[in-house]
Design a protein around this ligand. Structure first.
Ligand SMILES: Cc1cc2nc3c(=O)[nH]c(=O)nc-3n(C[C@H](O)[C@H](O)[C@H](O)COP(=O)(O)OP(=O)(O)OC[C@H]3O[C@@H](n4cnc5c(N)ncnc54)[C@H](O)[C@@H]3O)c2cc1C
Length: 361
């Protein structure tokens, strides 16, 4: 008699959850993968949506990758993204292409944490990955819209069943194992060979497991809709800003997008912030706009966990959950890594590797 085919239940359709399905299928096509997602969209914190105010599809943020983010680059495709990178010092009004001079700025964006607070081990990791002094790898790449679709295209064949609007409310255990997943309207029984992977953000994890929530930092994105494509100096499509309000400026057709990392200390009213930032953009372009174009502000209050020394030490050191059939994935679970799309992917790889190793025993 052949053994029953196990189901691997994945909670969360962010990059970590979707990558778990992909990694499972890579190892064993016969395992059934079911992904449960609280929202009605793919991608978690990297998503696309139809913005009614601007009348077009937007990504929640222009996501950046570094050259060393090989896994994510494969999924999203990087050839179209490659560009020389320029930084503008808003105070001194100097534009430069020397990324080394702006290392602190790059660290702040990559860790969404004020540079002086970033854990040393994470800095070490980033320097190693970003500036290997061999050239080539220190390039930055930026997503060119429609992230959700890109993830859907890449991962969909790995997910046997995708259940949207399924928010996990409670994990019920019996005999020290996960026995049931409670989604309110549906209860899922966990079979003896089944596995549960929690690939949720830290706040959801804390609620589900009754653990303290880690501190987070905000990221603000402002999307200005211009009547025609704005030209940035040196014809760049993106520019890093130091000593200004913005951290990054991106041009994509009629949208000029601005990203501000570690934005929780900004005391300004958001509408005022958008107006002041537009003035900064005027200065960069050497113009004096008559009015501020229509804009949309997205504030992700809990964009990533803080990547300071203490918080980093509280991140899980491995993929094991509280029960032997429960595993963890998600950007925040990778100690000593910046919280980013690549670490979300790497956490999935680690979780699946751990599961298969445990099963062999
Ligand atoms: C504004 C912004 C800008 C960013 N910029 C960059 C960047 O430039 N480069 C970069 O690499 N990274 C960037 N990041 C970080 C990157 O988006 C995240 O690190 C990555 O997407 C995290 O993926 P994840 O799968 O670990 O978590 P998530 O994307 O948070 O996925 C978790 C999923 O679980 C679901 N979920 C939660 N609770 C439950 C529940 N109880 N039941 C069912 N489902 C649940 C959530 O809805 C979500 O879909 C940015 C993030 C933000 C917010």
């Amino acid at each position: 008699m052949s053994a029953a085919i196990p189901t691997y239940h994945i909670i969360g359709a962010g990059i970590a959850g979707l990558a778990c399905a992909y990694e499972i299928k890579k190892r064993n096509k016969n395992i059934r993968t079911v992904v449960y997602e609280a929202a009605h969209k793919l991608g978690g914190r990297a998503y696309s949506y139809d913005d009614k105010d601007l009348g077009r599809r937007l990504d929640n943020a222009t996501h950046a990758l570094i050259g060393a983010n090989k896994n994510m680059a494969r999924f999203i495709g990087r050839t179209e993204w490659e560009k020389q990178i320029y930084f503008w010092d808003a105070e001194k009004d100097i534009l430069s292409g020397q990324i080394q001079r702006f290392a602190a700025h790059v660290l702040k964006s990559m860790c969404n944490t004020p540079p002086s607070q970033i854990a040393r081990d994470i800095i070490r990791k980033i320097l190693w990955l970003t500036f290997p002094w061999t050239g080539g790898k220190r390039k930055l790449y930026f997503s060119r819209q429609n992230l959700s679709q890109k993830f859907a295209n890449f991962f969909q064949s790995s997910v046997d069943e995708l259940k949207f609007d399924h928010k996990l409310l409670k994990i019920d255990s019996q005999f020290c194992k996960v026995a049931q997943l409670n989604f309110g309207s549906e209860i899922i029984e966990i079979g003896p060979e089944d596995v549960v992977i929690l690939a949720v953000d830290n706040r959801s994890y804390a609620r589900l497991m009754n653990e303290p929530e880690l501190p987070h930092h905000a990221i603000i994105n402002i999307f200005y809709q211009t009547s025609q494509k704005i030209t940035l100096p040196r014809n760049a499509n993106f520019i890093g800003v130091v000593n200004g309000l913005a951290d990054w400026i991106f041009v994509n057709d009629d949208i000029l997008a601005v990203t501000i990392s570690a934005a929780d200390t900004l005391a300004m009213d958001l509408q005022e912030l958008a107006r002041q930032t537009w003035k900064e953009l005027d200065k960069l372009r050497g113009v004096n706009s008559a009015f501020v174009p229509t804009f949309k502000i997205l504030c992700h209050k809990h964009a990533t966990i803080s990547q300071d020394e203490v918080t980093n030490s509280l991140r899980p050191a491995n993929a094991h959950g509280k029960y032997p059939n429960l595993f963890l994935a998600g950007d925040w679970t990778m100690q000593n890594y910046p919280c980013c799309m690549e670490s979300a992917y790497l956490s999935a790889k680690r979780a699946v590797k751990t599961i298969f190793k445990d099963k062999k025993r």
